[in-house]
Design a protein around this ligand. Structure first.
Ligand code: AMP
Length: 426
């Protein structure tokens, strides 16, 4: 399928072609016709699927060609509202609107907290067609009467699951109450947990459902490797991989914020430029780290699952799972960060004994077994059938001699059940 078959406005098609895209992604193929037809939409899709263009393109088309065609630089009240959980995502979405709407006379603006409100007020006064906002700051504007939501024709809730995780449900409900009853609603979420379904039920009218969870796409296109090793050797192994494989622009996943910080420090000390990104970092720090990573000043970025969701980088070459996620779907989200849009990507998972249950769950979900690789000097020792110690290759002490008493670090998590606590929304 080609973009030209979607019937989008010629100026929008021109902007898409300038981006070098000719084939719509699966979510775009499904979402664009539904939105163009005026339907409400309930889409399961995460970052990396092309979801942003999936709603931005048809929205621009509707603004430019709809019955209410009054695209003008002096729009007094916004016609489209996109709510996003984070400032980063708000910026990214608004950038997409600019990119795809660059040949149309459309005004867009992102408003979010953590920065001065006055420049936003001045921009709102100039007239905005498409407003992208985080909930808290939008409500500040509502309170100060610097925004009028009574003219909203299309409402988009992006990353709804994350919004709920972040405790925005009351703000969202307040905002929805300010919108005109007659409008089109689009809801995007990576998961459809019961709370999201409940929200969808009250928000959407006869929605078209689109599901492009990357279940098979990413799992099939990304080259995946499992390196079996011991928990205590993972740090050395990680350094070894950087030294021997010439890795660059690597997104490393850690299960905890604390772990992410520790890993970034360890790599940095070893001369591999790295930084951590997670929810405890200030917006400023996150934005800075992200742009350094994009520019190639940082070789590695260590992230938690939640923090990584807001990261938008084209064609990320490598993802390393330093630890496997507790929830198998997160594995698919993680590896979906690489090999996007037809680019080559590689995902490497460092797996120790106590992560075997997670690995099993992942393989069950993606319906294939992953290639196991053994790296000399970092071989996984047998726990069930103890083996004599392996000769050390790395400067660190060999671990995992097979005696439970000698395996302090492993004792932390060697009960498989502990890994199924389902705390994906930490
Ligand atoms: P998103 O899921 O919206 O964060 O988009 C993921 C990335 O894919 C973005 O960097 C887009 O620029 C890119 N992208 C979106 N649509 C296409 C397409 N049809 N072909 C190639 N790349 C795309």
């Amino acid at each position: 399928m080609h973009f030209s078959e979607l019937g989008l406005n010629a100026e929008i098609q021109r902007a898409v072609a300038e981006q070098g895209y000719d084939t719509p992604t699966p979510i775009q193929q499904q979402a664009i016709p539904a939105v163009l037809a005026g339907h409400d939409l309930m889409a399961t899709a995460q970052t990396g699927t092309g979801k942003t263009a999936g709603f931005t393109l048809p929205i621009l088309h509707r603004l430019a060609t709809g019955a209410n065609d009054r695209l003008t630089r002096i729009a007094r009240t916004p016609r489209v509202l996109v709510l996003t959980p984070t400032r980063e995502l708000a910026i990214q979405v608004e950038e997409s609107v600019r990119t795809y709407g660059k040949h149309l006379p459309v005004n867009s603006l992102a408003v979010f907290g953590g920065v001065g409100i006055n420049p936003q007020i001045a921009n709102l006064r100039r007239g905005v067609d498409i407003l992208v906002a985080t909930p808290g700051r939008l409500l500040d504007h509502v309170q100060q009467r610097t925004v009028d939501l009574s003219g909203i024709e299309i409402f988009v809730l992006d990353e709804a699951d994350r919004m709920l995780d972040m405790g925005f449900i009351r703000d969202i409900r307040k905002i929805i109450a300010l919108l005109p009853a007659q409008r089109q609603n689009l809801l995007f979420s990576a998961t459809f947990a019961p709370e999201i379904r409940e929200l969808a039920g009250s928000l959407l009218k006869h929605p078209v459902a689109v599901d492009v969870a990357p279940r098979n796409t990413a799992a099939e296109t990304v080259k995946q490797q499992v390196i079996e090793t011991n928990r205590e050797q993972k740090k050395e192994l990680l350094k070894h991989l950087f030294e021997t494989r010439g890795l660059h622009q690597v997104l490393i996943f850690s299960r905890t914020k604390h772990g992410a910080d520790a890993l970034a420090r360890m790599l940095d000390k070893a001369g591999i430029k790295a930084a951590a990104i997670h929810g405890d970092k200030s917006q400023g720090a996150r934005t800075r780290v992200l742009s350094e990573f994009k520019e190639g000043k940082l070789v590695a970025l260590v992230a938690t699952d939640i923090a990584a969701r807001g990261i938008d980088i084209d064609a990320l070459p490598y993802v390393i799972n330093y630890e496997l996620p507790n929830v198998p779907e997160d594995y698919v989200h993680r590896i979906g960060r690489t090999g996007r849009a037809g680019m080559e990507g590689e995902a490497i998972s460092l797996v120790c004994h106590d992560e075997r249950p997670q690995l099993r769950d992942i393989e069950k979900l993606i319906k294939r077994s992953l290639e196991r690789v053994v790296i000399e000097g970092f071989e996984q020792s047998a726990v069930a059938a103890p083996r004599p110690p392996q000769p050390p290759r790395s400067p660190r002490k060999p671990q995992g001699q097979g005696k439970p008493s000698g395996q302090k670090p492993a004792s932390r998590g060697n009960r498989p059940q502990q890994h199924h606590s389902g705390n994906r929304h930490r």
